[in-house]
Design a protein around this ligand. Structure first.
Ligand SMILES: *Cc1c(COP(=O)(O)O)cnc(C)c1O
Length: 229
C-alpha cells in the first residue's frame, strides 16, 4: 500500500469515527454524508478516497474542479461545488457539478436553469450573528424564502436545502443553531429541502449536534493545505 493510500485510509477512518461519535453523542442515527473537500489536492487522492468508499467530493474553484472532474470521469462519484460563484462561471460549473452548495444570490438562478443535466442546489446562508450588518458568505436568513421560491420555480434545478460556514474564531454553536432554524422554516414551504450542509474539519461535532446532514471535510481528511487556499 502506498504511503498516501495508508495516510488517507487512516484519516478517513478517524473522520468516520468522529462523525459516528458525534451522532451517538446526540442520539441520532448516523445518516451524515461525508463530502471530501479535495481542493488543492490531486485527482489521484480523489481516486484513492473513491476506492475507500467516499462518494461525494467538494471543490471551490471552477478551473481546478473542472479538470479534476474530467480526470475522474470514470468514477461513480458526485461533485459538490462549495465556493463563491462568479456569474461567468455558472455554466461551466453546471457541466460537472451534481450539487452546487453555494447559491448566494437571486441573479444566479436564471443562469442555472436550462442546463442539460439535473442540478441539485443548496442556498448558502450567512451565519454571521444578526447584529453584523455586512453579511458575507451567504444570504441573510430573511432572504432565504424569496431565493428558495426562485430556485423551486427554475426548470431542471432541485432545491435540496441550506449550507453554512460558521464564522471563524467564534463559538460555532449559535451559528449552527441559526442554520437549523433557517432549515426548519425553509422546510415548511419546501418539505423536500432537507439537507443541511454544515461543519468542517474543526467543527463537525457541533454541526452534527445541530442537525447537519452533510459535513464538508478537507484538512482532517487530506492534510493541512498551504495558506490562502
Ligand atoms: C475548504 C472548505 C471546507 C473544508 O475545510 P476544512 O477546514 O479543510 O475541513 C469546507 N467548506 C468550505 C466552504 C470550504 O471552502
Amino acid at each position: 500500500m502506498s504511503d498516501r493510500r495508508s495516510e488517507l485510509t487512516d484519516q478517513l477512518t478517524a473522520t468516520r469515527d468522529r462523525i459516528e461519535r458525534a451522532c451517538t453523542a446526540v442520539g441520532r442515527p448516523n445518516d451524515v454524508t461525508l463530502v471530501a473537500v479535495t481542493k488543492t489536492y490531486p485527482a489521484s487522492d480523489v481516486r484513492i478516497l473513491a476506492e475507500l468508499g467516499v462518494r461525494c467530493f467538494g471543490e471551490n474553484r471552477d478551473q481546478e474542479a473542472k479538470q479534476k472532474a474530467a480526470d475522474c470521469a470514470d468514477l461513480d462519484i458526485e461533485w459538490h461545488f462549495i465556493g463563491q460563484i462568479q456569474r461567468n462561471k455558472v455554466k461551466s460549473i453546471a457541466r460537472y457539478a451534481d450539487v452546487i452548495e453555494s447559491i448566494d444570490r437571486d441573479s444566479l438562478v436564471p443562469l442555472l436553469a436550462g442546463g442539460e443535466r439535473p442540478l441539485s442546489v443548496l442556498i448558502q446562508v450567512s451565519l454571521d450573528p444578526p447584529e453584523v450588518g455586512d453579511h458575507r458568505g451567504g444570504v441573510r436568513p430573511d432572504e432565504v424564502s424569496h431565493l428558495a421560491r426562485l430556485i423551486a420555480d427554475a426548470p431542471n434545478v432541485t432545491l435540496r436545502g441550506v449550507m453554512g460556514v460558521a464564522p471563524l474564531g467564534s463559538d460555532p454553536d449559535p451559528a449552527f443553531e441559526r442554520l437549523a432554524k433557517v432549515s426548519a422554516s425553509l422546510r415548511e414551504e419546501h418539505p423536500h429541502a432537507t439537507w443541511i450542509s454544515a461543519g468542517m474539519s474543526h467543527d463537525l461535532e457541533p454541526a452534527i449536534a445541530h442537525g447537519a446532514t452533510h459535513v464538508r471535510i478537507g484538512s482532517a481528511l487530506l492534510g493541512q493545505r498551504p495558506p490562502l487556499r
